[in-house]
Design a protein around this ligand. Sequence first.
Ligand code: NAP
Length: 295
Amino acid sequence: MIDVALKKPGRPVIGVAGATGRTGSYLTSRLLNHSVHVVALTRDPNPQRLPEGINRAVVDFDDPNTISKGLVGVDRLFLAQGTSPDQVRNEIAVIDAAVSAGVSHVVKVSAMGPPTRLHPFDWHMEIEAHLAKYDIGYTVLRASTFVDILINRAAKAVVVGTWGGAAGDGRVNLIDTRDVADVAFSALLDERHLGTQRAYHLTGPRAVTMQDVADELTHLLGREVLYRQRTPSEQRQILIASGTSEMVADIMLGLDRIFHDSVLSETTDTVLQLTGRPPRSVESWLTENLSAFRS
Ligand SMILES: NC(=O)c1ccc[n+]([C@@H]2O[C@H](COP(=O)([O-])OP(=O)(O)OC[C@H]3O[C@@H](n4cnc5c(N)ncnc54)[C@H](OP(=O)(O)O)[C@@H]3O)[C@@H](O)[C@H]2O)c1
C-alpha cells in the first residue's frame, strides 16, 4: 500500500495486480524506471518475488477489504491475474474496489478470440462486460496467445522428443508478453489513453504453425524437432497421463482447437502503433529461450 503522505504531485500511483506474473513483472520493471509510484497487489507475503523498493500490498482477492486497502491512493490500475477458476470473481472484485477507490483508468489484459464457451475466453468476456458497466477510463488489451506458453506446452517434450498436439496445420500469431507489457505501459502513462474506453487486439508480427516452430527449433538446435499430429482424444490421454488436471487439459485442448482452426491467425499493427516499434518475433523469442529446449 502506498503511503499517501509520500505521494508526489505529478507522479501518478500505478497499481499492478499481477506484478509477479509474466506480463506484470516486465511492466513493473519498466514502471520502476519511470517517474511513477508503483504498488503491487499480491497474494504473496514473501517480498522476494518483487523488485526491491516497490510498494507492496498483500491482498486476499476473496476479501474485498484487503483489496480496497491496497488500492488507497492508486490512480491507475493494471490487471492481469493468472488463469484460474477464481479469475472472474477475483478480477471483478478488483474492478469494483478500484471504482470505489477512485481509480480513473484500468488497463486489463484480456484474450483475443471469438465468442465461445472455451476458457479462458469466456471468462474474459464476462470480466470485460462487467468493466463496461462503469463510466471510467479503461483499455482492454485483447492479446493473442502468448509465445511464452511454448515453455509449458513444448519445452520439456522437445527435450525428450515427444512434442505434439492437436493443432494440425493451423496458424496462430503468437505474441511476446513483453509486447503486451509495453502496450500496457503506454496505455497507463500516455495521457491520450486516459479516460478513453478502448479495446485493442494485440498480435505478433506473423502467424506460424506448430510445425514452423518445430522447424525453427530444428534450425536453432541443430537436430530434428518434430511436432507430432494427434487427435484431440489422443492428446487428452497424454496430458492426463502426465498429471495434467482436467481443467488445464481442457484449456490446452481448447487452445489446440483455436490453433487448428487458425482462429488467431490475423496480424494487427497495434503493437507498432502504440509502442512505436514492431512486435518481437517467435524466432527471436525461441533464440532467447533456447536453453529451455536443449537436452
Ligand atoms: N497465456 C496466454 O496465451 C494468454 C493470452 C491472452 C491473454 N491471457 C491472459 O493473460 C492473463 C495472464 O497474464 P500473465 O501470464 O502475465 O499472468 P500469470 O503470470 O499467469 O499470473 C499473474 C499473477 O496473477 C496473480 N494471481 C492472483 N490470483 C491468482 C490465481 N488464483 N491463480 C494464479 N495467479 C493468480 C499471481 O500473482 P501473486 O501470486 O503475486 O498474487 C500471478 O503472478 C490471464 O488473464 C490470461 O487469460 C493469456
